[in-house]
Design a protein around this ligand. Structure first.
Ligand SMILES: Nc1ncnc2c1ncn2[C@@H]1O[C@H](COP(=O)(O)OP(=O)(O)O)[C@@H](O)[C@H]1O
Ligand SMILES: [Mg+2]
Length: 252
């Protein structure tokens, strides 16, 4: 069996009275693409944020590469985020900065090297997302699909081992959905990265997934391959798959 590089064990998380998780238990294997599905507000983004230490857990543990994330100092977290990169919901580019400056931001944060080395890396990653030569453009000059790809270029710039994608295709037209899915797949094949993808889009699930996990009732209610998911009797899961985009689909 493939090496488990990330382990959530009995994680609890609440905001005031609102319990998001009372037992989040999940493993991620090296090199796989795991998709996370579930209705709006069930805690998909919270799960990713806890993994990279942007949010703390109330109880339970999260291990990444054999180390306990909740015991990390700020310095440890910075090191963790050079190995696990996150593509945030909405891409979250800095509007006042050019494409090049946006992509250099994590490179500077993680001491990538000289200006020349950074320029070379920016050119490389723009090539990888099929947008060479757009260094000097501003986000306002880009379409939604292009912004996502620049966000992706920024996420992969520091050569992470794991990439977290929070709704990478939400709000995109079908052509761009396919393009982003293709990029996720090719990054996995070319770079051997492990991917965790939060999505609403069932085409995305069935195109790129090795395993899928469903968040429901404050825990992971199902984890398995897409074929196992189709055969599973959990009503909510079946409806989610049949409904194409999920039964609770309001958080676009
Ligand atoms: N920083 C926060 N403060 C308070 N509540 C939050 C915070 N972040 C998320 N929540 C709540 O936690 C729940 C799960 O949020 P989230 O993980 O963003 O949902 P989703 O599955 O749609 O990504 C939601 O009810 C949301 O309101
Ligand atoms: Mg979310």
């Amino acid at each position: 069996m493939a090496e488990q590089i990330i382990q959530f064990r009995g994680v609890q998380k609440a905001f005031g009275d609102k319990v998001v998780y009372d037992d989040l238990t999940l493993d991620v294997r090296r090199g796989e693409t795991l998709t996370i599905i579930g209705g709006s507000g069930v805690g998909k983004s919270v799960c990713l944020k806890m993994l990279i230490g942007l949010m703390t857990v109330d109880k339970g543990t999260i291990h990444a590469f054999g180390e306990s994330v909740s015991e990390f100092t700020n310095k440890d977290l910075l090191r963790l985020r050079s190995r696990i990169a996150m593509l945030f919901q909405g891409a979250a580019l800095f509007d006042s900065m050019s494409v090049e400056e946006n992509i250099k931001y994590p490179l500077i944060e993680h001491n990538w090297g000289t200006e020349a080395a950074m320029n070379k890396r920016v050119a490389e990653v723009l090539e990888m997302v099929d947008m060479p030569g757009i260094q000097k453009l501003k986000p306002a000059e880009l379409s939604g699909g292009m912004k996502k790809r620049v966000g992706l270029a920024r996420s992969i710039a520091i050569e992470p081992e794991v990439i977290l994608y929070d709704e990478p295709t939400t709000g995109l037209d079908p052509v761009n959905v396919r393009r982003i899915n293709g990029l996720i797949l090719s990054l996995q094949e070319r770079l051997g990265v492990t991917s965790i993808v939060v999505t609403h889009d069932m085409d995305t699930v069935f195109t790129i997934t090795d395993r899928l996990a469903m968040v429901c009732d404050r825990r992971i209610a199902f984890v398995g391959t897409p074929d196992e998911a189709k055969a599973h009797e959990l009503r909510y899961l079946r409806e989610f798959i049949k409904g194409g985009r999920g039964v609770l689909d309001e958080d676009i």
